[in-house]
Design a protein. Structure first.
Ligand SMILES: [Zn+2]
Length: 308
């Protein structure tokens, strides 16, 4: 296997050029576009939109560190008026959920919690597990996307704030996931012989419709240095007395189960390679340190009760 000279990606899932891989190229082009002054421009744009409305932006919160920090900054540092939504798929980590509720309450903001139809949702997840494809956690991501846009449209909000950052999370290799509404429906129907009724599908029509409505997805962390972001993370943690709940993506027990058990065991995929490579590209880790960390593959905590 051929490895990228710069990060940990290999040619079984990434195209490798002479100097670096295609994902290092993406990183460099995002870095080149990252002007810290953009933050101010972004905040002004949000504030000037519908200034009399109760909310001027919308944010999803998972209970994880990234979305919690972004929410804290948006309210305390940028004085924005966000409406927060949380998609409760029934698998929240209790500690992460308690951090999230505490933050929402302390900031005194409005939040909508969407609960799934648990039977249908669990059958959808089971269908993906049975289908033998590596993207068994996409039902969560697609539902969250749909709920964000649908709620933004309902409340006439033009800006979605997204906590993703290429410097810490990177991009998932294309072959590992396929986000498409028809695909989700077909997997569910094949393994249950039923139609999806309650699950919030994000369709091709939705993509076009919300683009025409002018709803924009913004990623403020792209314009912030890692140092600045870590400082604000600590500030947020102190603000609510944040309690740790485990590693990345452990805020949701099911996501953790997929990432640290199903993918490594059945598909030889270790998602940590994506986060670690992102940190190598942004010089938070050396390649050698990242390789060391990759060896200590995340182990799923089997004491977690999956029977609910
Ligand atoms: Zn690379």
């Amino acid at each position: 296997m051929n490895e990228c000279k710069r990060c940990l990606f290999t040619d079984d899932f990434a195209e490798i050029g002479e100097q670096q891989c295609e994902y290092c190229d993406i990183h460099d082009s995002l870095e080149a576009q990252s002007n810290p002054k953009e933050i101010g421009v972004m905040i002004n744009k949000i504030k000037s939109s519908k200034s009399k409305k109760k909310y001027n932006c919308i944010m999803g919160i998972s209970g994880g560190l990234d979305s919690s920090t972004l929410l804290y900054i948006a309210v305390k540092h940028w004085n924005l008026r966000p409406l927060v939504i949380h998609f409760d798929n029934g698998w929240n980590n209790e500690q992460a959920e308690s951090n999230m509720k505490n933050l929402i309450e302390t900031l005194g903001i409005d939040a909508i919690i969407y609960k799934v139809n648990a039977d249908e949702y669990d059958q959808l997840n089971l269908s993906f597990l049975l289908s033998g494809t590596p993207d068994c956690d996409i039902p969560n991501d697609i539902a969250m996307t749909k709920l964000m846009y649908e709620t933004a449209h309902k409340y006439k909000i033009k800006y979605i704030l997204n906590g993703h950052c290429f410097r810490t999370e990177g991009s998932t290799p294309k072959g590992w996931t396929y986000m498409d509404a028809k695909y989700i429906k077909s997997v569910y129907e094949k393994f249950t012989n039923k139609k999806l009724i309650n699950y919030p599908l994000f369709t091709f029509f939705d993509q076009i419709f919300y683009a025409i409505m002018g709803i924009k997805n913004l990623r403020p962390f792209h314009y912030m240095t890692i140092k600045e972001r870590r400082k604000l993370e600590d500030e947020m943690k102190q603000f609510i007395g944040w309690k740790d709940y485990g590693g990345k993506h452990c805020e949701n027990v099911y996501t953790e189960f997929i990432g640290s058990y199903v993918l490594p065991k059945y598909f030889n995929i270790n998602k940590s390679i994506v986060y670690l490579s992102a940190q190598v590209r942004s010089q938070q880790l050396t390649k050698k340190q990242a390789k060391e960390q990759l060896k200590n593959k995340a182990q799923f905590d089997k004491s977690i009760d999956l029977s609910n």
